[in-house]
Design a protein around this ligand. Sequence first.
Ligand code: SAH
Length: 228
Amino acid sequence: MTGRRDRSMMTSFPALATAVAGLVLLILALWRWRDNGWGALVWLAAFAATVVIRTPHSVRNRSNIVVDARKQLPEKLLLVAMFAAMMLLPLLHLATAAFAFADYRLPDWATATGAALQLPFLWLFWRSHADLGRNWSPGLEVHDAHALVTGGIYDRIRHPMYAAIWISALAQPLLIHNWIAGALVVPAFAAMWFLRVPQEEAMMHGRFGADWEAYCRRTGRLWPKAAS
Ligand code: SAH
């Protein structure tokens, strides 16, 4: 389906309910911080920061008029899996110890590594949202005034936002010592990366043609390409 997003009560109610449920879980999780450990506290702070960074972009970009969207079942399943592994399951576990049977132990230096990784993660997450601006969307979409962004953090790499999410996904099991609430995000995001990126690049190629090809020649997906 394409077109301007429906901003009626019907679509805003689930978003509001999710936000309220998330806030309740966040408060409960903070309440239990001694049981969860300091790594979980760092994860909660970084999670709150991502909400603060992303929300203004989500709100503004709701008025984009979508002209092409890839919303097949695998893409929808991946989005649900990522939402669960990156937000719902960690929050639920930290708030209620629901998955305590799947806990593991790590030395402090591993937790500290996970904490240190939050700095490059949040910086890249913030920069990529700022540079992509109106052209960002959580799903695979092209909108009517879509512009190809090739500057800022996009100057050398094509997927800085996914690079940020890779860092966050790899750090999560170091901060939340649990196979379900911590480690599950790694295979979930790996699946997303391998299935989504080729589709996204094909969509960008379809929209921007030769400009996209030239951009690909001088950039790498996650690492800057060596000058040829
Ligand atoms: N893959 C990018 C962007 C993720 S957001 C990153 O990791 O930084 C996903 C949306 O961004 C896609 O639906 C696509 O429409 C848009 N997009 C991706 N790269 C873009 C670019 N260079 N310029 C404009 N829009 C882009």
